[in-house]
Design a protein around this ligand. Sequence first.
Ligand code: PEP
Ligand code: MN
Length: 358
Amino acid sequence: MDEGLKALRAEIEAINRQILALLSRRGGLAKQVGALKDSLGIGYFDPLRESEMLCSILEENQGPFNDAAIAHLFQEIFRASTDLMGTTRSQKLHVHRAPGDPDAVIDIAGIPLGGGHRSIIAGPCSIESEEQLFSIAEFLHGQGIRLLRAGAYKPRTSPYAFQGLGAPGWEILRRVADHFGMKTVSEVVDTRDVENACRWVDVLQIGARSMQNFELLRLVGQTRKPVLLKRGMAATLEEFILAAEYIVLEGNRNVILCERGIRTFETSTRNTLDISAVPILKGMVPFPVVVDLSHSAGRRDIVVPLGRAALAAGADAVMVETHPHPSVALSDSQQQLSPEEFRLFQAGLMPFLNPAGV
Ligand code: PEP
Ligand code: MN
């Protein structure tokens, strides 16, 4: 090889090493800045400072790289440095399980969930009438079920579909649940309804479509009600956990996480039940994890094996939609269990539940 070329290449390689050493030093400083910003409670990204630094760098640029190229290179360095700051904080979210932390046991108006207390949460997709709810609650109560789910505000894909009874539905839910001494789980979709929900409902459900409604998360975080947070249908577990962090940051640690299936290319189920989410979530956070079998599968014929899989993977509860007459249900009629189907479902899950099978 030409001696001159060889010498130039050697010089470039030496410069690469110097740049790397400088970048590593810069990264180390960025991490220190990140830790300091954590303790001061200020955000990592400071656009004003970045633009000031960039201006002064460009003022000194003598070429041969043009300003656009230099700006591009430094913006990448700034971005990577801000990411590095984030890595220190992401290791210590408020929701994270500290080493040796026991499972959280959530008190649902006297009913414990988590830490070995397992449950079936059951009830209709929607509250349709007092008669409908009473009929299914009476049956479920007879089966030993204590947690009654039912929606009054329904987030429907089509605006023409049944939207739920709204606030009067919650009054029905309370009356019926009180009659049987059951506790209730019901979705709140709007920030304006949180206060009213607290009057009527024992567990505030945040639906999959609202997982990143941050204002709603903050508001339920300001209550002390248990919150059942559903995973968004296209949310990663990291995004799911960060949504729970919004609730906990406001002071409410009564969080229950619910895996309810995610969107994939598969069409034989409504969503794909991500079983691996159960042990991963349980390892990361102390909160109970519930698996919603009905919205995961969207069909009733496989709820027993899915329920067994969920409980075997460590779920603290399974949720299943149950209706006195599924074929005429006003929502999700294809996935709700009839009383007879529920009986078989419960029997199928018995070995994985508490001795009473509930
Ligand atoms: C529900 O549980 O009623 C519901 C609408 O579920 P998801 O938010 O998971 O779709
Ligand atoms: Mn439903």
